[in-house]
Design a protein around this ligand. Structure first.
Ligand code: GRF
Length: 212
């Protein structure tokens, strides 16, 4: 049951995450409620006990634990290559990084060039990297927010697709601010994915469908 009229088949999405999976849950709800013309064809995590894998399990979606290997913030090339092949096998069109704590460096960036997006909790280019909301709070800013951007080889440096602003309140703590940013993420990410699914030619230029 869907309430959209689209000439496209559902956009085939893989979601990668390392944590609770709240962004994934929202995306999945949009799909299940027929508001997003997409199909979650793979969920992958480098954390076996992550919430994101738990949600995928509950909904019987193809899900994969990627053994992280010996590095902390990246994958060894052979692991990233495996991940790339796995996603190709599932005919993934768009890769969504939703709280994925590893920097992609190798094959993923070539195989899925221009087709990987990330949600980040700041108004990039300000505060890339970890704990962006704390950086905003400690800098005395009055506004921060979240960004969805394409992923390139840098840390949160890819082209920005869309942003949402969040006011920083005088009594904000790191926790209250992060919670409000996450609320904004939960609105922004589905909006962007919806836009991509409706305007694939524009957003996924290098995409060559391999779906039969
Ligand atoms: C989000 O705040 C996102 O901006 C950051 O990691 C968090 C993931 O949260 N990259 P969740 O796993 O989607 O709940």
């Amino acid at each position: 049951m869907s309430d959209f009229t689209s000439n496209h088949p559902p956009l085939r999405i893989a979601v990668l995450g390392s944590g609770a999976g709240s962004n994934f849950r929202i995306l999945l709800n949009e799909v299940l409620n027929g508001r997003l013309n997409a199909k979650i064809v793979a969920v992958a995590s480098d954390v076996s006990a992550s919430g994101i894998l738990e949600i995928a399990r509950k909904h019987d979606l193809p899900h994969f634990y990627i053994q992280p290997g010996k590095f902390k913030a990246t994958f060894e090339p052979y692991i990233e290559s495996r991940l790339g092949h796995l996603l190709q096998e599932h005919d993934v069109e768009l890769v969504v990084l939703a709280g994925f704590m590893r920097i992609l460096k190798h094959e993923m960036l070539t195989t899925f060039k221009g087709r990987i997006i990330n949600i980040h909790p700041s108004l990039l280019p300000k505060y890339p990297g970890l704990y962006a909301w704390k950086q905003a709070l400690n800098s005395g800013d009055t506004v921060t927010g979240c960004s969805v951007h394409y992923v390139d080889a840098g840390v949160d440096t890819g082209k920005i697709i869309a942003q949402a602003e969040v006011d920083i309140l005088s009594d904000d703590t790191s926790e209250t601010l992060h919670a409000r940013i996450q609320k904004a993420e939960h609105i922004l990410l589905p909006l962007v994915v919806k836009q991509i699914s409706e305007q694939r030619d524009e957003y996924l230029k290098s995409f060559k469908p391999s779906i039969k």
